[in-house]
Design a protein around this ligand. Structure first.
Ligand code: PXP
Length: 247
């Protein structure tokens, strides 16, 4: 194989959503992380939101302590989250927008406009040993802003591609392809995610610059019907097939 295998990060936020809906202590995000590891996932992603609507602080501590897979900690660009990340020292930290005013028009972090706020956060996370990524739109200005901030990784937002159909979807896919190539040429490690499903993953997985996809909501939903392990295995199979990698 001439290239590295595309990594699959499994976002387990919505295991916690189901748990919190009843105020119970199950289903357990940590158990989901262990199952994901057994099913062939390469990493776990969890978003500690400011309102703690799904993942909680204790989940992050348990994942860092007990999950065998590297944790990608999704966080808002706030002092509170930066402090928590620096203390927990997850493998990776991905800065995402949580408020309307932090978004570009389509939905990613407006890294270009927020660069003064982001700079010290990217530096603090990097100094703590976290691989820092920014969740941005497939847009050249955002890619250049990430480079200027010293973020080694960006994750391109695939939400619009997943939500559209026909010509609009083809146009968005072309935009993602161009941004993946432009970002890699700028020296960024390229990731993608948001809204991906069995039906939408393959054209994204086939883009050679991507090193990692982060997928959550669809997998947790599909787990209700086919089980979490088989759902992850099928996503893995589709990704490998799109890349031309033998299983
Ligand atoms: N990547 C990022 C940066 C995210 O914030 C999320 C979750 O909101 C995902 C990927 C996964 O998206 P989904 O749950 O729609 O698969």
């Amino acid at each position: 194989m001439s290239h590295q295998r595309l990594r699959l990060g499994v976002n387990i936020d919505h295991v916690a959503t189901v748990r919190n809906a009843r105020g119970a202590d199950y289903p357990s995000p940590l158990r989901a992380a262990k199952l994901a590891a057994a099913a062939g996932a390469d990493g776990i992603t969890a978003h500690l939101r400011e309102d703690r609507r799904h993942i909680r602080d204790a989940d992050i501590a348990a994942l860092v302590r007990e999950s065998a897979l590297p944790l990608n900690f999704e966080m808002a660009a706030t002092a509170e989250m930066t402090k928590l990340a620096v203390e927990a020292r997850p493998h990776a930290a991905c800065i995402v927008p949580e408020k309307r005013e932090e978004l570009t028009t389509e939905g990613g972090l407006d890294a270009a406009r927020l660069s003064d706020r982001l700079k010290p956060i990217v530096q603090a996370l990097g100094a703590a040993g976290c691989r820092v990524s920014l969740f941005i739109e497939p847009d050249l200005a955002q890619l250049k802003a990430a480079v200027a901030l010293g973020a080694p990784v960006v994750e391109l937002h695939t939400g619009r591609y997943c939500e559209t159909e026909g010509a609009a979807q083809a146009a968005e896919l072309a935009r993602i392809r161009e941004a993946a190539a432009a970002g890699a040429a700028l020296g960024l490690e390229m990731h993608a995610g948001h809204g991906l499903s069995f039906a939408t993953v393959q054209p994204i997985a086939a883009i050679p610059e991507f090193a990692e996809l982060n997928i959550g909501h669809f997998l947790i939903g599909e787990a209700i019907f086919m089980g979490l392990g088989p759902a992850i295995q099928e996503m893995r199979r589709l990704m490998d097939e799109a890349r031309g990698d033998a299983a």
